[in-house]
Design a protein around this ligand. Structure first.
Ligand SMILES: [Zn+2]
Length: 63
């Protein structure tokens, strides 16, 4: 089950991409849900700064 708060903005179209932090850290890539965009979010991609930033925000919410 995906927490609705765990979304990351697509670097291409800014659509919110739902993701699971554990899976993301495990190397799983998440595909933008927009039908006109096939961007993927993953730790190994150029989107890493966005991922890092989002994970840090999630951490600060948790604690
Ligand atoms: Zn997109």
């Amino acid at each position: 089950m995906i927490n609705p708060d765990q979304t990351i903005p697509c670097p291409v179209c800014e659509t919110k991409i739902p993701f699971d932090a554990k899976e993301l850290l495990g190397g799983v890539k998440f595909i933008c849900p927009s039908s006109s965009c096939d961007a993927t979010i993953g730790l190994a991609s150029q989107s890493k700064p966005i991922v890092q930033d989002t994970l840090e925000k999630l951490e600060s919410i948790k604690s």
